[in-house]
Design a protein around this ligand. Structure first.
Ligand SMILES: [Zn+2]
Length: 234
């Protein structure tokens, strides 16, 4: 009984500490992080697309005005030298303005390229992480299924053992097991209780040796059920 229970406890413990579970959790956390990053990068790209369109229309507007001025110069529509000088001056300042706006547009376009490249990188990472997650999840589920299979076997063996133990003794065993950290019964080997590891004194040993062979023995130190062995020392 005790051996089956110890095995079941061990299997439960291993199930809780399965490294495959931790791996899946880590991958899921990393995936969530990358997905959040991708969301931010896509939003940034959308904002920058708006900025590029705005910069483009700014440049176009000034270019239109520059063309109109140029036409007036080319067709000789402006008569007075004073007005001509004014117009030429304006064309010069419009050229400088166009240059500044084009530089600004170029800068925003570069930022947009960067944001799109970042988003594409995150998308590739997500594809890789999804593949890793799928493998890790399959490995985790395999390990869980294997531990479940072993636990089912141990439970079946325990059930067979339970059938051989009287109900009151089983109740006592379960009670002590709950109180004593999962160990309700221990072997008595070479005068030592293997539950608490203490050696029994001569008086206690004499008392235990005097009990009938079908009597249930208890450790005088830790109260656990004592199982007689060939080398109990009684
Ligand atoms: Zn003991």
């Amino acid at each position: 009984m005790q051996a089956h229970d110890a095995r079941l406890d061990l299997l439960t413990h291993r199930l809780r500490r399965l490294p495959e579970v931790a791996t899946v959790d880590q991958l899921q956390a990393r995936r969530a992080e990358v997905a959040t990053g991708l969301g931010v990068q896509q939003m940034t790209a959308t904002d920058l697309e708006t900025d590029v369109r705005k910069a483009d229309s700014d440049v176009a507007q000034v270019r239109t005005r520059r063309q109109r001025d140029q036409q007036r110069l080319d067709t000789g529509a402006v008569g007075s030298p004073r007005e001509l000088e004014k117009l030429q001056h304006e064309v010069g300042s419009l050229d400088r303005r166009i240059s500044v706006l084009e530089d600004a547009e170029l800068e925003v376009m570069e930022q947009l390229d960067q944001a799109r490249a970042d988003a594409a990188g995150s998308e590739r990472q997500l594809v890789e992480l999804d593949a890793e997650l799928s493998d890790a999840t399959a490995r985790r589920d395999e390990s869980i299924a294997e531990l479940d299979r072993q636990a089912a076997l141990a439970r079946a063996e325990r059930a067979r053992a339970v059938a051989l133990v009287p109900a009151d003794l089983l109740a006592l065993y379960d009670k002590i097991r709950a109180q004593q950290g999962g160990v309700g019964a221990a072997a008595l080997r070479q005068r030592r209780c293997e539950g608490c590891r203490l050696e029994l004194n001569a008086a206690d040993l004499r008392e235990l040796a005097g009990e009938p062979t079908d009597a249930v023995l208890r450790c005088p130190e830790c109260n656990r059920l004592l199982v007689r062995t060939a080398e109990s020392g009684l």
